[in-house]
Write a protein of this length. Structure first.
Length: 349
């Protein structure tokens, strides 16, 4: 039966065409965006997981940047400290040369002064990200020898956490401008080691004993901590120096026993600073490794996000071509269905 009021064929054809157009819009969107899930409406679970992974990647990227800043500070301190150690070795060599009477100690003192000035310059200018770990003021507000360097970001049981690695800067502080230095066990142990390694117990022959200064403000950094030196010709003390520090070392008017004492302190200090330099080197290596690991985590997250929300472009492109063909056929079918009622006009001719 043909009705001029209701065309069921046209209605069915129109419904089919609407369905095809909806699929075509979805497929076109996937092809243009490259995603099969671009909003919660496309798949709430996958969208939520992918959004969380994207958030984590943002945090990991920020962590990587923060680690770069921390590594720059570590590398700057390491570079400055290595330069200082080189200059201390120069001073050490000058003191060895000055230990003989057949030398011009005044000229050697010039070499020592140049080296001391260079050490001070390196220490004061080893600044990175607004901080200096070689030349400090330990009584300043907020100062701490322990530096917490970011090393990891993790999400576990719906909770995020930031991990840090602590670097003890007391093993390489060179100058401390504090009136009263903050107590630091690493520095205290280092200075005690310098004093112990520089001491030669007197017996029947010459010797020297070294102790860390006991007066207020005597303890600072490796360059400005004061030592008490006592020289022995035998079992009896022949001379003592109450306030010796490396930053004001002078060899031009020193006698043989003094130079021996100076030499031992400088050499023992170099050994302690080499330990500090090794800590900085190890920390730099650790941060570099953590940066690489963080990048690997970001790559894994990116891959996981892709497997959840990315569209299969080959499949979607094929489907798009098929839907375009179906759309053309749907339009043709609708046209045929709409024209069927016109055939009734033939009955009135």
């Amino acid at each position: 039966m043909t009705s001029i009021l209701t065309n069921n064929s046209a209605t069915i054809a129109l419904q089919t065409l609407r369905s095809i157009n909806t699929q075509l819009d979805t497929t076109s969107n996937r092809v243009s965006t490259g995603q099969r899930i671009s909003s919660a409406a496309d798949g709430a679970a996958y969208w939520a997981i992918a959004s969380t992974l994207k958030t984590d990647n943002g945090s990991l990227s920020a962590l990587k940047d923060a680690m770069s800043l921390d590594k720059n500070s570590v590398d700057a301190a390491s570079a400055g400290l290595n330069k200082v150690i080189d200059q201390l070795k120069t001073i050490n060599n000058a003191l060895v040369s000055a230990s003989t009477t057949n030398t011009d100690r005044a000229k050697l003192q010039n070499d020592i002064k140049v080296a001391l000035d260079a050490i001070k310059n390196y220490s004061d200018n080893t600044v990175m990200n607004g901080s200096n770990w070689l030349s400090v003021k330990s009584d300043a507000t907020g100062f701490a020898y322990d530096k917490d360097l970011v090393s990891a970001f993790s999400r576990k049981d719906k909770s995020v956490s930031i991990s840090t690695t602590t670097l003890e800067t007391g093993s390489f502080v060179l100058y401390d401008a504090a009136t009263t230095s903050a107590t630091n066990t690493t520095l205290t142990a280092a200075f005690a080691a310098v004093a112990s390694n520089a001491s030669v117990a007197p017996s029947t022959g010459p010797g020297v004993t070294v102790a860390v200064g006991s007066a207020t403000g005597a303890v600072g950094g490796f360059m400005d901590t004061k030592y008490e030196i006592t020289m022995y010709g035998g079992s009896t003390a022949t001379e003592s120096i109450a306030d010796f520090d490396i930053k004001s070392l002078g060899a031009s008017d020193a006698d043989q026993s003094k130079i021996t004492g100076y030499l031992k302190i400088v050499d023992a200090t170099v050994q302690q600073l080499l330990t500090g330099a090794s800590k900085l080197g190890s920390m730099s290596t650790l941060l570099k490794s953590q940066q690489e690991f963080t990048q690997q985590l970001m790559d894994i997250n990116t891959s996981s996000i892709g497997s959840l929300v990315d569209a299969n472009i080959e499949e979607e492109s094929t489907k798009l071509k098929a839907l375009q063909t179906q759309q053309q056929l749907g339009i043709q079918s609708l046209s045929i269905a709409n024209s069927s009622s016109q055939n009734v006009l033939a009955l009135f001719r």
